[in-house]
Structures are given as C-alpha cells and as structure tokens.
Design a protein around this ligand. Structure first.
Ligand code: GLV
Ligand code: MG
Length: 347
C-alpha cells in the first residue's frame, strides 16, 4: 500500500495532479450507445439533454468484427458533439483482450480532454486498476491532457467481489463501481440466464398454514448481498456505486423494482441500455417528492442537527438529520438540472 504522501502524486511527469474529491455530478443514468452503428451515433446529440451520462460501449455486445469501428465511432462522436454538463464515458474492452491497449491509447490521444470516465470491465483486483492508472498517467502526460481521467470498475467476477475494498482504494482516479450481474452470475456459477433482476425460484417459503391453505412464496433480491458490499466499499472510500444492466426491456416494472432496491441501498444511478429505461431511471434515482419535503422539515426543525424532536409522531435526532441531509443534498443536485423536479421539491 502506498503512503498517504505518495497516494496523490501524479504517476507520470507532466500528468495532471489526481483529484482529491470526486467532481459534483448528477449521474442517475449512464446511457449506453453502440458507437459502430452510425444511426445510433447520430442520435447522440439529441440524447445529451435526456440523460446524465452517455457511454460509448466498446466491450461486450459489440461484435468482434466491429471492435475497431466502435472505437473510431466513439472518437468521432466525442470530437463532434458538445456534451455540456452531460458526462462522456466509454467502456473499454477487458484488460486481457486484444483491443484494450488500443482502446486506451487511441482514445486518450484523440479525446482525452473530453473523456470524463473510463469504465473498466471484469476488474479482479487492485492490480488491474494500478495498470490502467499508470498507463493513463503516461498518456495524459504525453498528450497534455489537463484533467485526470477517472476510472470506473465493473464488479462482475467472484474475485472482484472478494477484492472490492482494495479495488476502491487502488487509486485516487477511482470514480466508482457498477454491478455487472450477467458476468458475475457466470463467474460465480449462479444458475440464471438473466441479465439482472430476480429469479422466480430465489425466495423464501412461508411456514405451513394451520388451515392447510397455499403457502406464500416471497421472491428475494438475488443482488442484495453484492450491492451492499459494493455500496459499503464505495461509500467508505468516497466513491459512487451504481446498478448495472437490466436486460428484460419488456418488463419495466421489474426494471423499476431492481433500480429502486439499488437506490434505497445507496446506489446513485444505473446503466440504461434501452431508451425505455431512461425515464424509469431518472424517476427512481431522483428522490421522491414526499421524502424531500419531509427531509426539509427535519432540517428546518433541527437547524444544527443537535437534540431530538418529534415530527408527525416520528423521532428525529442526529442520525435522521444526517439521513435528511443525504436526501436534500441529492434533491438540490437533481433540481439544478431539472426545473420540474426543482419546483416539486420547493427549491
Ligand atoms: C455487465 O457488463 C454485466 O456483465 O452484467
Ligand atoms: Mg459484463
């Protein structure tokens, strides 16, 4: 482990100094687009205002024969489109793939100053982050990139989950992590063919009924444990946690339920793979109006957070004051980008 003194030193002479805190950014929706398809690239300018982050996907779902076209397509879009305060991310190919090195070197050279975050798939441990960290510093120095490019890890292997805290602590470039339920299911040997979401057989059967009637079965969240570990590792280290893909585009209710579990557990956003999922994500990852109004009442009743008060019969103290702050802070961030929600929140 590096000493605290060295932790924030640039890893290459001429590279920008690492950031000490994450930039403030609303990242409810990380919308994936396939940059090898011209029609999809053409939609990017109109999507800039609809989502919080646009991500050019180079990894899984991009056919092998289109890997280079996807990289070139991403560079073209990144150069041509004005992203304003919408984030620009890319998901590179895995570190052991034949495309990864060119993904990083070509993208940083061409659009290093426009790229906010590099999403790295299949991260197994801190060593993967160290490699990307060092390479990015060399490339930033070489191409005179002014602000450090952040790293976002996908948590999608059993080993990655074992090492989640070390991954979070591996570099000051760490932005956060996303759950990758599809790869993770395969890596762990889970018996599902779904991309995220629940499974009808994963649940708890209620005790037998005295009247002999049918026993209730309560489906459980397959991802609860991993999301909790990811959130703890991220929050303990000042990073952000995200839910990843939800593959059943026709089941908006299940998608909403999965996003909501992640939001309630501490995630700040999710991937959206289909336009249908954008409004669901924005809705779920913006705090509920009722919650915001109540949180504001807590802050008004306890301006400095000390002591205890009763509001509508509910006990409030230092801890609920902190909870209220989480909600109001997020609501303010949402309000800064969303006039309709700002009005509803009363800002
Ligand atoms: C995402 O990459 C996943 O594997 O779920
Ligand atoms: Mg994956």
């Amino acid at each position: 482990m590096k000493t605290p003194n060295d932790f924030f030193k640039p890893l290459a002479i001429g590279a920008p100094a690492p950031m000490r805190e994450l930039p403030v950014a609303l990242e409810r929706t990380i919308h994936f687009f396939p940059p090898h398809i011209e029609k999809m690239c053409a939609k990017v300018p109109s999507m800039v205002k609809q989502v919080d982050v646009l991500l050019g996907n180079l990894e899984d779902a991009i056919p092998i024969e289109a890997k280079e076209a996807a990289r070139a397509g991403f560079i073209k879009v990144a150069k041509e489109v004005d992203f304003g305060n919408t984030g620009l991310w890319t998901r590179i190919n895995a570190l052991n793939s034949p495309w990864c090195l060119d993904d990083i070197t070509q993208i940083v050279e061409a659009v290093g100053d426009k790229l906010d975050v590099l999403m790295v798939p299949k991260v197994e441990g801190a060593w993967d982050i160290h490699y990307v960290d060092q390479l990015l510093a060399q490339l930033e120095a070489k191409h005179k990139v002014k602000k450090p490019i952040m790293i976002h890890a996908i948590l999608e292997t059993a080993q990655g989950v074992m090492n989640v805290n070390e991954i979070a602590q591996a570099s000051p470039r760490m932005h956060g992590m996303s759950l990758g339920p599809a790869d993770l299911a395969a890596s762990r040997g889970m018996k599902t063919t779904r991309v995220g979401g629940g499974h009808p057989f994963y649940g708890v059967l209620a005790d037998p009924r005295t009247d002999g009637g049918e026993r209730s079965f309560f489906q459980q969240d397959l991802w609860h444990y991993t999301v909790a570990r990811m959130v703890d590792a991220c929050m303990a280290n000042g990073l952000k946690a995200f839910y990843g893909p939800f593959g059943d585009f026709d089941d908006s209710d299940a998608c909403q339920a999965q996003f909501r579990n992640a939001f309630l557990q501490g995630c700040v956003g999710t991937w959206t793979l289909h336009p249908k999922q954008i409004e669901i994500a924005k809705d779920v990852f913006s705090p509920e109006v009722k919650e915001v109004l109540f949180a504001k009442r807590i802050l008004e009743a306890m301006p400095d957070g000390s002591g205890a008060v009763l509001i509508d019969g509910k006990m409030q103290d230092d801890a609920t004051w902190k909870q209220a702050n989480v909600i109001v802070k997020l609501a303010r961030l949402v309000a800064s980008k969303d006039p309709e929600r700002a009005a509803a929140y009363g800002f």
